[in-house]
Unconditional design. Structure first.
Length: 210
């Protein structure tokens, strides 16, 4: 990932928090037949130097062969994003030397997948993934509510994958390279014109690097 210093985010805790808040990763692999990518929900565990991802894929998914080949893969996690018009910059009125850009937040991780066929491992992954998404509901659904034979059949159709993270990068491109007046204009434009309170808050909160 192209990482100008103004946009780098190297704090592992911040990176991990972002992944947990945006768990649908784009898993990218290379193998026979070329490149392949799938959107797969992942769970992050604070193990090892950079963390471990656990997920599952359909046994019929052709990407499984790539994941089982023992080669490094890349997983991209995407968050808030927004088009930034030059009209929001104070600099536009002063020089007109401005162009559009796109703000976004992303974390990329690399690691070598390990296939997990153990039914106990897979059931634990399903339970944990479900709980992570259901916990905020008044009456959370659990895997135990489905018939045991039905779940057993579903599990035979999927395979677990564990990816110890060997490298991780974070990019918070939220107008840190602009002047204070430009950042204020972007935050106001996002909030008032675009109705994007999330990106507006990121722009307002993150100034240039210290």
């Amino acid at each position: 990932m192209y990482l100008p210093s103004a946009f780098r985010e190297d704090d592992l805790a911040v990176q991990h928090e972002f992944i947990r808040a945006h768990p649908l990763g784009v898993v990218m692999t290379s193998g026979e037949g070329g490149l392949m990518a799938n959107h797969i929900p992942c769970l992050l565990y604070p193990e090892g130097d950079h963390g471990v991802l656990r997920l599952h894929v359909a046994r019929a998914n052709p990407q499984l062969a790539h994941l089982a080949a023992g080669q490094e893969c890349l997983i991209a996690f995407h968050g808030p994003q927004a088009y930034i018009t030059p009209s929001w910059y104070a600099t536009k009125a002063e020089t007109h030397k401005v162009v559009p850009t796109w703000n976004f937040v992303a974390v990329h991780v690399w690691g070598t997948p390990v296939i997990q066929e153990d039914p106990a491992w897979l059931r634990a992954q399903l339970d944990a993934l479900t709980a992570s998404q259901e916990k905020a509901r008044v009456q959370p659904w659990s895997v135990d509510e489905a018939p045991a034979a039905f779940i057993a059949a579903q599990m035979r159709a999927i395979v677990g994958v564990e990816i110890p993270i060997s490298r991780i990068e974070g990019k918070w491109k939220v107008s840190q390279n602009r002047t204070p007046a430009d950042r204020e204009g972007v935050a106001q434009g996002l909030a008032n014109e675009a109705g994007d309170a999330v990106m507006a808050a990121l722009v307002a909160r993150r100034g240039p690097p210290a």
